[in-house]
Design a protein around this ligand. Structure first.
Ligand SMILES: Nc1ncnc2c1ncn2[C@@H]1O[C@H](COP(=O)(O)O)[C@@H](OP(=O)(O)O)[C@H]1O
Ligand SMILES: [Mg+2]
Ligand SMILES: [Mg+2]
Ligand SMILES: [Mg+2]
Length: 360
């Protein structure tokens, strides 16, 4: 941990790592036991599980405990509205049980009520913006991957005066060795907790980006990307879910640039961690044009990539704005890569669009 205990945000980093570890352990326990009935559908048709809610509560509990008093400022994905209805009551009870089991590992004997757990979940309603500092939490990013036994990540960032200053990713199913396209497609959940699986990424602005084990005490390693733009050797990553990013547009872009390697398709911000350690050199994301990106889907990953020497921007090359509220309003898509490849990608995207090949 020593390498992370430096810089302006050292104590926040320590609290963030503790909270993400606790949340990741909870997720890992739930993933293999998840029953269909414990997943629900949100109003936008995206799935949410008992583990999304429970992890949000546990991370909020851990951060609040660590900061010692004062209100927790947090922008987080989930809210308790559906759990406060009659139909949501049994789900809320399951969540309360999970939260209490996790909390007991840190504070034996503590017992939160259902009401307290729902209130913890609702600590994530901060509106974000350019002033002050606030945590940004995606308790489970890649819920579809989580339900499908693939990749997912517990993602926690800190924004100060509109800038991401810290990010931590817990990736319980990510192999310690570089992940291959075959492993990306295959279920990974059965390996969670085995030696060789489970990574944590952490970065602080101006203090570097690191990878370490989710469990155990193997040392942290600093990450530094090697810059190159030889697309014939480059692999790109994209969402596993076709509905989250236009795979046919990225295939056209890959062809235009001479990328011949098969894409690595992974769920969640595990992609940002994988890029920072060099498993692949590019991440492409082109959601449907009506989709509005949220800050918690990219906040932690962005600083982890940038501190490793990578660049993240929208498809026009403009840096992402994390200080404009809960959403990231951006042009077309998100492009993340090493610097030389980034410049070539932005140019190639503009060229394709000019030729009439708009992303869906
Ligand atoms: N139609 C859509 N287009 C783009 N992104 C979407 C989407 N529906 C959901 N998402 C977002 O995509 C995230 C997962 O990204 P990825 O495809 O990289 O795994 C989801 O995070 P959650 O799983 O936290 O809800 C969700 O915020
Ligand atoms: Mg979600
Ligand atoms: Mg997400
Ligand atoms: Mg989520």
């Amino acid at each position: 941990m020593q390498v992370l205990e430096r810089g302006k945000y050292a104590s926040a980093m320590k609290r963030a790592c503790e909270a993400v570890r606790l949340g990741s352990a909870l997720c890992q326990n739930v993933q293999l036991q998840l029953k269909q009935a414990e997943a629900a559908s949100k109003s936008d048709k995206s799935p949410v599980t008992i583990a999304d809610y429970a992890t949000q509560a546990v991370v909020a509990w851990s951060l609040q405990r660590g900061q010692g008093g004062g209100p927790l400022q947090m922008v987080a994905e989930e809210d308790s509205e559906d759990l406060r209805t009659e139909e949501g009551a049994s789900m809320a009870d399951r969540i309360t049980e999970l939260v209490n089991n996790a909390v007991a590992a840190v504070e034996p004997g503590s017992n939160l009520s259902r009401q307290q757990v729902l209130d913890l979940i609702d600590l994530g309603q901060h509106q974000g913006g350019p002033e002050g500092s606030f945590w940004v939490l995606d308790p489970i990013d890649g819920t579809r991957g989580f339900v499908g036994m693939r990749q997912y990540a517990v993602c926690l960032g800190l924004v100060d005066q509109g800038q991401v200053v810290l990010g931590v990713l817990g990736c319980p199913n990510l192999p310690v060795e570089p992940i291959t396209p075959e492993q990306g497609e295959a279920g990974a959940a059965e390996h969670a907790g085995e030696p060789g699986y489970g990574c944590m990424f952490a970065a602080q602005l101006h203090e570097g980006s690191f990878v370490g084990p989710l469990q155990g005490d193997a040392p942290w390693q600093e990450l530094q990307l090697t810059d190159h733009s030889d697309f014939s050797h480059i692999r790109f990553m994209e969402s596993y879910e076709k509905g989250h990013s236009d795979h046919s547009f990225t295939a056209k872009l890959a062809k235009a640039l001479g990328i011949t390697k098969a894409p690595l398709r992974l769920d969640s911000q595990a992609k940002y961690g994988a890029l920072a350690r060099g498993d692949a050199a590019v991440i492409l994301r082109f959601p449907n044009r009506n989709y509005r990106e949220k800050i918690w889907d990219h906040c932690a990953g962005a600083v982890i990539v940038q501190e490793a020497g990578g660049i993240i921007s929208d498809a026009a090359g403009t840096p992402l704005g994390f200080g404009r509220g809960r959403w990231l309003d951006l042009d077309k898509g998100i492009v993340t890569s090493t610097p030389k490849a980034h410049a070539a990608l932005i140019k190639a995207i503009a060229q394709l669009v000019q030729e009439g090949h708009e992303p869906a």
